[in-house]
Design a protein around this ligand. Structure first.
Ligand SMILES: Nc1ncnc2c1ncn2[C@@H]1O[C@H](COP(=O)(O)OP(=O)(O)O)[C@@H](O)[C@H]1O
Ligand SMILES: [Mg+2]
Length: 245
């Protein structure tokens, strides 16, 4: 098995569906919370596409619907109307098990609050998604070591999250998100809890993994200094998408 040692993985893209279609296609997406006069229309007909291998930034003020949109693309929530296709798969055609597999095998999630398990070491945290997938132990350990060195934490494998800085914790979370060779990374304000300099370093890292791992990235941020890393910037405003460059 050479899968775990190769730098760039053809498998994630091959499993993603037709190789020439976009990684993500969103058509006329609607999502509201509540009913009647109290209803909040977070998304009012959102449409866009993300080509494979692009890093797309989603901006918009707090409350503009960024998290709502990311949760829908990641199969964590279902829309009231419209269509979401990830790697050629229409999410509405997946049952609970199908969505679970999609989230485990094809999408990596990165959150503002890192979401690491405090009692596990950095290496064990990175290995969790592979344990869920019952990856062979030897292959798992090789992949964990490769990913920790990719994010510059090869010397910190045995430290627990509480023994790492915020920036280091987020780098562990990025390594974990890449564990199962996802085709798509979804990051919700990944630098929101970091100082400006550390936030920049984390965005540099995300930019680098787009190349080395061949993933597509959708990242929500309201930090203007991070938008320069994106191939394209989408802005959410009044429940609609405005596209920039
Ligand atoms: N679970 C929920 N129940 C009710 N309203 C919600 C819920 N989640 C989000 N909202 C509302 O939907 C809108 C969009 O929220 P959100 O997607 O979190 O925006 P952002 O991530 O851009 O800050 C906001 O008005 C928010 O208050
Ligand atoms: Mg949010």
């Amino acid at each position: 098995m050479t899968r775990s040692t190769e730098g760039r993985t053809g498998t994630a893209l091959a499993e993603g569906g037709p190789a020439d279609g976009p990684m993500v296609r969103i058509e006329d997406l609607h999502r509201s919370y509540g009913t009647g006069a109290a209803a909040v229309h977070a998304l009012r007909g959102v449409s866009f596409e993300i080509p494979r291998g692009e890093l797309v930034a989603l901006k918009g003020r707090s409350g503009s619907g960024k998290t709502t949109l990311l949760n829908l693309v990641g199969g964590l929530d279902a829309p009231d109307g419209g269509r979401i296709t990830v790697g050629g798969t229409d999410l509405s055609e997946l049952g609970e098990d199908g969505l679970l597999e999609l989230r485990r095998d094809r999408i990596g999630f990165i959150f503002q609050s890192f979401g690491l398990i405090p009692i596990l070491t950095a290496a064990e945290n990175v290995g969790v998604p592979m344990r869920l997938r019952r990856t062979d132990a030897h292959e798992r350990e090789e992949r964990v070591a490769l990913l920790l060195s990719l994010v510059g934490l090869g010397d910190h494998a045995q430290q627990r999250p509480g023994e790492l800085s915020g920036g280091q914790q987020q780098r562990v979370a990025i390594a974990r998100a890449l564990a199962n060779r996802p085709a798509l990374l979804i990051a919700d304000e990944p630098t929101g809890q970091l100082d400006a300099e550390t936030g920049l370093a984390v965005m540099h890292l995300l930019r680098a993994v787009v190349r080395s791992e061949g993933v597509t990235v959708l990242v929500a941020t309201h930090d203007p200094q991070l938008l320069g890393f994106a191939d394209r910037v989408l802005e959410l405003s009044d429940g609609h998408i405005v596209e920039h460059g």
